[in-house]
Design a protein around this ligand. Structure first.
Ligand code: THU
Length: 128
């Protein structure tokens, strides 16, 4: 029951409709694969107090951790803008807490998958 990178991107795309984005109208979807093969999805959730917004990636991580999953293999991220949607700095740091070498899967404007490791995107991440 291996989940492919393409399937993970497709799961992330299913979350675009769920994004609560009345302020930015920028929809983001994420799908996080854990080492047991479970997928946790997330969307961004905004708030009239803008700083309260939660990104799609963190929604997925917090869903997973709160369900007892902490070991992650890959995360796929898409947005309504199309093309590569890179995780923000806060989400990179949150991912690094649990999975410093997680694979980050994006889709470019040609529909091709582009992958990085988190340590490429966030070298020298902070840890205690
Ligand atoms: N956003 C994400 O969901 N993930 C990111 O990595 C960057 C930004 C959201 C936050 C906000 O709802 C909207 O995109 C515009 O910044």
């Amino acid at each position: 029951m291996n989940v492919t990178d393409r399937e993970l991107i497709d799961r992330a795309k299913t979350m675009l409709d769920k994004a609560y984005v009345p302020y930015s109208e920028f929809h983001v979807g994420a799908a996080l694969l854990d080492s047991q093969g479970n997928v946790f999805t997330g969307c961004n959730v905004e708030n009239s107090s803008y700083g309260c917004a939660c990104c799609a990636e963190r929604t997925a991580v917090f869903k997973a951790v709160s369900e007892g999953s902490r070991s992650f293999e890959a995360i796929a991220i898409v947005s309504s803008a199309g093309g590569e949607t890179y995780p923000c700095g806060i989400c990179r740091q949150v991912l690094s807490e649990f999975a410093p070498k997680i694979r980050v899967i994006l889709e470019n404007n040609d529909g091709e998958l582009v992958t990085y490791t988190l340590d490429e995107l966030l070298p020298h991440s902070f840890s205690l």
